[in-house]
Design a protein. Structure first.
Length: 713
């Protein structure tokens, strides 16, 4: 069941509130018409994303390119650059020139993509080649910095600061171009893989330049703190900044990583403050952000452990991780080239426990084929972990994941520790075992002290964690088992709540797939919350009913003339301007509510009410023989649900008038040739005022009509 329950609700609302331009007219105190917009919260990308992702030539510190790589005269530009470099002797200035040329080429590539890609897929090759040349310039600039002996030179400090700021801007441009390649049907997957390689190589070159260009790690931290704060954009921009910083950090030596982590934590604190204040905006920002989805999960994991987040916000983080994992799986499915797929997860297999944590979450959220691929990645990452700490047994004690587990344990912590324990040295095994015992005791303590708040922080959306905790319960000493038993209760309760309440049909199916056939998991849920199979049956029937109801024709959108007629009648009844505005708002809000329906049963009831009221509506057309005219129904639905341009409104009104003429002719035949009368018009007006749903009749009765009985088909 590939459709999402919650997205269908949104689509239903869009079909009406946005399709009808969701605008109603009221009157101000002077009697002049004013336009009031009906608020409608939709799953749309916030404007902050466009602001934060925009990188202009001016942002890169270069002029807007006029001569592009697609020109036959472009070689003159490269020739001039070569001469310029040859005449520059100072190593610092030479590095500056390289960075300037890299920025120029990246700006050129961006314009080629924006102007040429839609009509000419070969532009992808041109853009990629020029970006590879920019990458080479950055690498050569890094080499120049490495050879500079006097690191205290103020020019070197400025150069390092510029590289830090460029790193964020470059990666944003690369992400945008990679996404354009991925979304273009005619561009081979290999170009996506090439962009992924370029991102990694540029991050590595920048990391080397930073390490070689600073006197101490604190200078590097200050450079990146300044770089992130100097980026143009909204308060939410640090979400992407931290993701990009993660790409850079993985190329640093261990001793330099700590300094960057401090800068990262400061940025995460800023994100936490904004996210706590603007929860819905933050959620929409994450849902629509471009970039590396696997790193997004990693950033969300870090935020999850932040003390600045409330327990309720941690629950939201889990939902966002689910959504982000789904986006990554969708990306994986779109890309068919195995080598390109491998490049997407190469960085996760470096043995870093934080990356292993991401792999396990992806594995738990994915479908069967995707899960198998993540299992292979998990095995490679675990092996790399063991190799990484074989030569330096003490290094394992400083890994961030284990420190997080000690302070703020969650179900994923226990899964990661359990999987890494094999094949380590006895001393390392003992260390991880002690962390598990300490974390289990911490769980028991936090549940006692913090109650529901900690339960929300601990639980995840993975049924597999029930099995992890079951296995762990039997391995730990008695003093730790109480904590694991409490953790099991929390995790099981959360999975049960997800099964019963999650409105995303695709996520529900994944949860169901992870539980069916896993008798230990199923038994644990049933021991506490009853028959799981019955829940599966009820929820699937609910999703099926909703999809069936959603597919049925919806009531037509009232024409502007119908709104005016409704407004005129209210004025005749002595309604005030405020009352008229309220009634007009109610029409559209009720249409939105009815289209969302809240429940499948509610949608069905609403539609039955509307079908009875709208007998003769344009969405219930019949031919001369009384048979349903489905082609006409479809055409009218297209008009109703499409963008309400002036042309669409004109066509819709024309259809309404044609329907009225046909209905009036049938009424004349039924009434011995007599036309509409005032009595029937009053009947329609009364019906309209008494209609609790606030829906207008689809065919407003024009003044002067004299029908003596209701219109019939």
């Amino acid at each position: 069941m590939k459709h999402k329950y919650s997205l269908l609700c949104i689509a239903a609302t869009l079909a009406f509130t946005l399709g009808a331009v969701a605008m109603v007219q009221a009157q101000d105190t002077n009697g002049e018409p004013v336009v009031t917009e009906v608020d409608s919260s939709q799953d749309i990308a916030p404007e902050e994303i466009a602001t934060d992702e925009q990188v202009t030539s001016n942002d890169l510190g270069v002029e807007e390119p006029s001569l592009l790589p697609t020109s036959r005269f472009y070689f003159f530009k490269n020739w001039k650059r070569s001469v310029d470099l040859a005449l520059t002797r100072d190593p610092i200035k030479k590095a500056e020139k390289r960075l300037q040329f890299a920025n120029e080429k990246i700006a050129e590539a961006q314009i080629v993509i924006d102007e040429k890609l839609i009509d000419n897929p070969k532009a992808a090759e041109k853009a990629t080649k020029i970006i590879e040349h920019a990458q080479a310039d950055i690498e050569k600039a890094s080499e120049r910095i490495e050879n500079i002996e006097d690191k205290s030179d103020e020019k070197v400090k400025k150069l390092v600061q510029k590289m830090a700021e460029n790193q964020i801007k470059h990666q944003k441009v690369f992400d945008k171009i990679e996404k354009r390649f991925e979304d273009h049907d005619l561009i081979p997957d290999q170009f996506v893989g090439q962009m992924n390689d370029i991102k990694s190589k540029v991050a590595k070159a920048t990391a080397q330049a930073m390490v070689n260009g600073v006197e101490n790690p604190d200078q590097m931290r200050e450079a990146f703190e300044s770089a992130m704060n100097n980026q143009r954009g909204s308060e939410l921009r640090h979400f992407r900044n931290v993701e990009i910083l993660d790409r850079f950090e993985e190329h640093l030596p261990q001793e330099a990583q700590h300094a960057v982590q401090i800068a990262r934590e400061k940025a995460q604190d800023l994100i936490a403050k904004v996210a706590e204040k603007e929860q819905e905006k933050f959620a929409q920002y994450v849902r629509h952000s471009v970039g590396d989805m696997t790193r997004h999960i990693k950033v969300l994991d870090d935020l999850r452990g932040s003390e600045g987040f409330s327990a309720d916000q941690v629950e939201n983080i889990e939902e966002l991780k689910l959504h982000t994992a789904q986006r990554f799986e969708d990306q994986w499915d779109r890309i068919k080239d195995e080598q390109t797929r491998g490049r997407l997860i190469d960085h996760l297999q470096d043995g870093n426990p934080d990356n292993i944590r991401v792999i396990k979450q992806l594995k738990n959220f994915g479908d069967e084929d995707f899960e198998e691929e993540m299992k292979k990645a998990d095995i490679k990452a675990a092996q790399k972990f063991k190799e990484k700490f074989k030569d330096d047994p003490e290094a394992i004690k400083t890994a961030n994941t284990f420190e997080r587990c000690r302070k703020n344990p969650d179900a994923t912590c226990f899964e990661v520790m359990d999987s890494l324990e094999d094949n380590l040295t006895d001393e390392q095994k003992e260390f991880i075992h002690d962390i598990k015992v300490e974390s289990a005791e911490r769980v028991s303590e936090k549940i006692r002290l913090e109650g529901d708040d900690f339960e929300k922080r601990f639980a995840t959306n993975s049924p597999q964690h029930i099995e992890v905790l079951q296995n762990l319960r039997d391995k730990l000493p008695p003093q730790a088992r109480e904590g694991i038993e409490r953790a099991l209760e929390v995790q099981t309760r959360n999975i049960n709540r997800q099964l019963r309440n999650n409105e995303d049909s695709e996520i529900f199916e994944k949860l169901r797939g992870q539980i069916e056939g896993q008798e230990d998991i199923k038994r644990e849920i049933e021991r506490r919350f009853g028959d799981v199979d019955e829940v599966f049956k009820e929820r699937r029937e609910e999703f099926e009913r909703f999809e069936q109801d959603f597919a049925r024709p919806m009531p037509p959108i009232p024409s502007p003339e119908a709104q005016e007629e409704f407004k005129r009648r209210l004025e005749q009844d002595g309604a005030s301007a405020d009352e008229i505005e309220q009634k007009l708002r109610q029409q559209f809000n009720n249409r939105s509510d009815n289209s969302q329906g809240q429940t499948p049963q509610g949608i069905q009831a609403d539609r039955q009410d509307n079908a009875g009221h709208n007998n003769g509506a344009i969405n219930n057309n019949r031919d001369e023989d009384g048979n349903r005219d489905f082609d006409r129904d479809r055409d009218n639905r297209d008009l109703n649900r499409g963008d309400q341009t002036d042309e669409n409104r004109r066509l819709l009104q024309q259809r309404n008038e044609e329907e009225f003429k046909r209905a009036e002719e049938r009424a004349r035949q039924q009434n011995n040739g007599q036309g509409p009368d005032d009595a029937l018009r009053k009947t329609f007006e009364d019906q309209l005022r008494n209609n609790q749903n606030g829906n207008l009749p689809p065919l407003p009765i024009p003044p002067g009509s004299n029908l003596k009985q209701p219109l019939t088909q």
